[in-house]
Design a protein. Structure first.
Length: 605
């Protein structure tokens, strides 16, 4: 059924073809975009996180280097070194040990405590926050697990007192410890060791900046012991999970690899810290859900946009198909009426395409057939009637406009472009005045009309007339009643212009003030009027009367009277006998909305 419907209908075929031609590329675009975006996001994520972890490891190395340098004070402080070498046998040894260990612990603010073991006399000291606690009688000395001349960092663990009972013990804290063997600089004899416990606060601060919610970050040593973990419960514990074994077995010092098991599916990005005294690995675990989230968000946004386009395309396809095949359907309807015997069907199909041409040709064919059927006298009567109507239609003001256009063309043919320009200006003025369909026009049309008028006046007075326009773009688009500007300009030529005394100047400005009303100024340098006459004109303009009075003010009264029809008392006309150019000035203040528009706005609210 559906197949037959498509096969037997051009409209359905067109809809199907257009939908396939548009939806298939769009759907393909969504899939390709997702795949490309997913790969690009993974590459960008790996690169960004690799750089971030690298920066974090550099910060860690610098921090550990500072702790390492602090432990070298046992050599750099000659007094402390001498005490260690002597075995702390003199009465001043305790003070030197306190001063030396205090200097070490004050070097890095996160140092929790320092433990010094002197091998020569088997003495041990624990320095905690200003207190030096020597090993008591019967207490065994703590010996760090380091080789002679060795330096190493012990992974995170709870702090302890190294077998010494301090006077004011500190609360237990999670620390990592730097152990350094102390040697005689000449004989290389083993003199003892120093152990520095460091709180992991700084490491936490660095590591917390390297991952976001939903991700995991670990710092593990070469044995798999967790120095730092995003899950605090793992800190200080050795992880024996397969992913840790895989991580420690990798040969490269930095890189990434995918991992998938029942507990985690995602990617590992790692960076190793390979120093003689520390071998840590910083690893970041990003699950696939988080890794692909950004790609899915981008794809979802693209899909929504493409879906909106699809809706538009489908609607447009159906609309175009119906619009495209509508002339055929209409023509078939006309043919059906003709088949019933109605030979007077008015066949009318809009457009200029092939279907419209076909309908036009079909209509011509039917007209030819009707002409053969209709009697001759009916055709003669119709022809005479049409001729009479055509002659009557030509007798109207448009004849004069067309005649001016013809004369202008003749002027161009005789190389008189100035004549053509003046005729065009006059024709534009006539056409503008004859067009009674528009009550309100943009101010730009009024200005164009005045330009045509002034162009004719400039031709009349040659170089004795200068015109200046200053019009804001916003003002040019405002709608104003038709024919309000020319009377203001024409008033100058009737009463103020005298080319015998000076070059005439007229300035037309238009703009909008802060209240939104339109401000129109027409000023000139012509003869002005007396104060008494100015007062008389102002009085007349304030009167609500239809009497136009004397001819000297008929144009101004006509303009203000017509404006008050639309704006009532909201419109104002100001007259000045001495304007900016030294002559008469007329200023119109026209509100942004007409009175009926304001009333409608109030009703709507």
């Amino acid at each position: 059924m559906i197949r037959n419907s498509i096969r037997n209908s051009i409209r359905n075929k067109l809809i199907l073809f257009l939908l396939v031609a548009t939806l298939l590329p769009l759907s393909t675009s969504i899939v390709v975009t997702y795949l490309v975006t997913e790969r690009q996001v993974i590459r960008d994520t790996i690169q960004t996180n690799s750089n971030l972890i690298y920066q974090g490891t550099r910060n860690l190395v610098n921090y550990l280097e500072g702790i390492k340098q602090a432990s070298l004070l046992v050599y750099n402080d000659t007094s402390l070194y001498a005490v260690i070498e002597d075995g702390a046998t003199s009465y001043s040894s305790r003070g030197e040990i306190v001063r030396g260990l205090q200097s070490i612990t004050n070097t890095i603010k996160e140092i929790h405590q320092a433990y010094l073991y002197i091998k020569v006399t088997d003495k041990a000291y624990l320095y905690t926050k200003g207190n030096l606690n020597p090993r008591g009688e019967g207490e065994s000395a703590y010996l760090p697990d380091i080789s002679k001349g060795d330096l190493r960092i012990e992974a995170t663990h709870p702090s302890h007192t190294y077998g010494i009972q301090p006077v004011n013990p500190l609360p237990a804290s999670i620390v990592f410890t730097l152990h350094r063997s102390i040697l005689n600089s000449l004989t290389m004899e083993d003199l003892g060791s120093i152990s520095v416990d460091v709180n992991i606060g700084f490491i936490n601060a660095i590591a917390d900046q390297l991952y976001s919610q939903g991700e995991e970050l670990y710092i593990v040593d070469s044995e798999g012991t967790v120095v730092y973990g995003s899950k605090p419960a793992f800190r200080g514990k050795q992880l024996g999970e397969p992913w840790v074994t895989e991580l420690l077995a990798r040969e490269n010092d930095r890189g990434s690899y995918n991992w998938s098991d029942s507990a985690f599916k995602g990617i590992h990005i790692y960076e190793r810290i390979n120093e003689p005294y520390v071998n840590w690995t910083v690893v970041k675990r990003i699950p696939n859900e988080l890794l692909y989230q950004h790609a899915r968000q981008l794809t979802f946004a693209n899909a929504m946009i493409l879906l909106a386009f699809m809706v538009v395309v489908i609607a447009g396809t159906v609309f175009i198909s119906f619009r495209f095949t509508a002339p055929i359907k209409k023509l078939l309807g006309y043919i059906g009426k003709i088949q019933t015997g109605n030979m007077e069907v008015d066949i009318h199909v809009k457009g200029n395409d092939e279907f419209a041409i076909l309908a036009h040709r079909f209509r011509l064919m039917m007209q030819t057939i009707n002409q053969l059927i209709t009697k001759e006298y009916k055709l003669e009567i119709a022809n005479k009637t049409n001729q009479l109507k055509a002659l009557q239609a030509q007798i109207n003001p448009h004849f004069l406009y067309n005649a001016l256009q013809s004369i202008g063309t003749l002027a161009l043919q005789h190389e008189a472009p100035k004549v053509y320009s003046l005729l065009s200006s006059l024709a534009k003025m006539m056409r503008y005045g004859m067009n009674t369909n528009e009550t309100f026009v943009p101010l730009k049309k009024e200005l164009d009309h005045v330009r045509s008028y002034l162009q004719l006046q400039q031709q009349r007075f040659a170089s004795e007339l200068d015109v200046e326009y200053k019009v804001q773009e916003e003002a040019a688009a405002r709608l104003v009643p038709k024919m309000i500007l020319q009377p203001l300009v024409e008033n100058y030529f009737k009463h103020g212009f005298d080319p015998r005394t000076q070059t005439g100047r007229i300035a037309i400005t238009a703009g909008c003030d802060e209240t939104g009303q339109l401000v129109l100024d027409v000023s000139d340098n012509g003869r002005s009027i007396s104060e008494e006459r100015l007062a008389e004109l102002r009085f007349k303009l304030r009167q609500k009367t239809d009497n136009l009075g004397e001819t000297e003010s008929i144009g101004l009264q006509n303009v203000i009277a017509r404006l008050r029809l639309y704006y009532e008392e909201e419109v104002h006309m100001h007259l000045e006998r001495r304007g900016p150019l030294g002559g008469f000035q007329v200023r119109l203040l026209i509100p942004g909305k007409r009175k009926e528009e304001e009333d409608n706005d109030r009703i709507d609210r």
